[in-house]
Design a protein around this ligand. Structure first.
Ligand code: NAD
Length: 286
């Protein structure tokens, strides 16, 4: 089946970025959110992102216009599910909620349609089990901010078919993204590696091996990462990072035990940019 219409379910931080990339990639893009305010906010943010893309010379003015014309918002999930050739779900990270959304999507979407989830960590097997099409359910893990980040991790559940992976890779490519294919496992590829690097950086800082600035500088200039581990964790949120590490520690073992200094920072409310203080200070946010 060739994919013309993509439905995006949930239009928060990730859903609106996904809708932006889908519309710009040439897909008729139907965006649904349970909240009409969120839907209106998403539409105006996508408009601003398109304007910013044009201003930076990344998007042709005609391309932005065409993308706007391809976007529509739908108040009812059922309408989006019925019309879609491919579905990308981006509702909050709550298994019961995702399972109920997938059961509804499964009941209404045409039988061949692939249902994908942007989950960061939940089990694809458990989401797929809420449907009658386990072979056509998989993870499609985008990165924030979606318009700028090139990668999509395609996450295969135990019953996901090759055909579903192939269709998803084609849609991701159409949206201008590169893909990797990962077997369902805690942290997939990227979060697992990133959590370990970030945790090691906290161990080193706690042991007084180098300053935070020098650890960041070493990783950027010596290893060619665009951001240092502390710049990155301040952006992601130290509480979010701690939650990921705790999950990896529980599921994969001792190697992932959160560093004491990270735990201490979170207890002290040093959560990163969002709280005005993480590893670094952000006086303007306090
Ligand atoms: P968000 O809270 O910004 O957006 C979620 C949206 O879903 C909200 O607008 C909410 O109104 C809507 N919603 C809630 N229940 C709904 C329902 N039943 N039907 C339709 N819409 C509903 O969350 P987010 O940060 O965009 O995260 C969405 C998903 O993407 C989560 O699974 C998250 O783990 C994953 N993710 C997030 C990031 C990130 O950096 N934030 C990165 C990768 C993946």
């Amino acid at each position: 089946m060739s994919i013309a219409t993509v439905a995006v379910i949930g239009s928060g931080l990730m859903g609106r970025g996904i809708a932006y990339a889908a519309a710009l990639g040439g897909y008729q893009t139907l965006v649904h959110d349970a909240s009409s305010e969120a839907l209106a906010r998403a539409l105006s943010q996508i408009g601003r992102d398109l304007d910013a893309g044009v201003a930076r010379g990344k998007v042709a003015p005609e391309g932005a216009e065409a993308a706007r014309a391809r976007l529509s918002t739908l108040a009812e999930l059922d309408d989006a599910a019925r019309a879609a050739d491919f579905v990308i779900e981006a509702v909050p990270e709550d298994l019961a909620l995702k399972r109920s959304v997938f059961a509804r999507l499964d009941a209404l979407a045409r039988p061949g349609v692939v249902l994908s989830s942007n989950t960061s960590a939940l089990s694809i097997a458990q989401i797929a089990a809420a449907t009658g099409r386990r072979d056509r359910v998989l993870g499609m893990h985008f990165f924030n901010p979606v318009p700028k980040m090139k990668l999509v991790e395609i996450v295969r559940g135990p019953e996901t078919s090759e055909a579903a992976v192939a269709v998803t890779a084609e849609v991701a490519r159409g949206m201008g993204k590169e893909t990797i294919v990962v077997k369902e496992s805690p942290g997939f590829v990227t979060s697992r590696i990133n959590a370990l690097i970030g945790n090691e950086a906290f161990h080193m800082l706690g042991e007084g091996i180098a300053t935070a600035e020098d650890i960041d500088k070493g990783v950027k200039l010596g290893l060619n990462h665009p951001m240092g581990p502390f710049e990155m964790v301040d952006l992601v949120g130290l509480d979010t990072r701690l939650a990921v590490l705790e999950h990896l520690h529980r599921t994969l073992g001792e190697k992932y035990r959160p560093a004491p200094l990270l735990v201490q920072h979170v207890k002290a409310g040093r959560l990163g940019r969002k709280s005005g203080r993480g590893v670094y200070e952000y006086p303007e946010k306090k």
